[in-house]
Design a protein around this ligand. Structure first.
Ligand code: AMP
Length: 227
């Protein structure tokens, strides 16, 4: 199964991608994580991407596309993947389609995470991350027992630079301007499923999981020649 998680920042794509990735044994590919790793290791790509990320702007297509192409070509992606945060522009979507076509594949499903702007701002500005193990917390919704300290490993919690209110507002603006058009693009290709993500995590996971299962069954019937 080749799956894309699409939606505004803070819609819960990353959280769901982690859970579904384990459940369905599909690699979780987060363009944001790959870019942040590149920034941390101070690679050439990371140096180029850093300013854009900190300002809440999109990193230029050619940088992101190369990172994603390399990742998708790895062996563990042969039977599928979950892309989280990519594509974010129409041209990225077209490059992805072309690339999969060359490999004799195509996207099976795109989940669009529909969420109110209010929730996005609350979720992102309250998010805290452990500097040692990467665990996610939220000041109000998932607080650590001791303020600023990770329950799992005792590491220090920090706020991502781009989760500060001003940058969050910029990221939302960029989403409306450059990413939202993808909803229509994938609707037209008939693979878009909307996930209401203002409800609790377990309900969202079940909705996604059920849709994947029924798409898998359909795929099997087609390859068996039944349909
Ligand atoms: P995320 O963790 O998905 O919210 O991504 C964090 C930041 O990484 C974004 O605000 C962008 O600056 C950059 N980024 C992630 N994915 C992409 C993408 N597909 N295209 C361009 N920039 C991206």
């Amino acid at each position: 199964m080749r799956i894309v998680f699409l939606g505004p920042p803070g819609a819960g794509k990353g959280t769901q991608a982690e859970i579904i990735s384990k459940e369905k044994k599909l690699p979780h590919i987060s363009s944001g994580n790959l870019l942040r790793e590149a920034v941390e290791t101070k690679s050439e790509t990371g140096r180029k991407a850093r300013d854009y990320i900190e300002k809440g702007l999109l990193v230029p297509d050619e940088i992101v596309v190369d990172i994603i192409k390399d990742r998708i070509l790895r062996d563990d992606c042969k039977s599928g993947f979950i892309l989280d945060g990519f594509p974010r522009t129409l041209s990225q979507a077209k490059v992805l389609d072309e690339m999969l076509k060359k490999l004799g594949n195509r996207l099976d499903l795109v989940f669009y995470f529909a969420v109110s702007e209010e929730s996005v701002v609350l979720r992102l500005t309250g998010r805290r991350i452990c500097s040692s193990c990467g665990a996610n917390y939220h000041e109000k919704f998932v607080p650590s027992e001791k303020e600023g300290i990770c329950d799992k490993c005792g590491g220090t919690l920090y706020q991502r630079a781009d989760d500060k209110l001003e940058t969050v507002q910029e990221r939302i603006r960029v989403y409306h301007e450059q990413t939202e058009d993808l909803i229509e693009y994938y609707k037209k290709s008939g693979i878009l499923k909307e996930v209401v993500s203002d409800v609790n995590i377990e309900i969202i996971t079940k909705n996604i999981s059920d849709s994947i299962e029924s798409a898998l069954k359909k795929k099997d019937l087609i390859s068996d020649g039944v349909v």
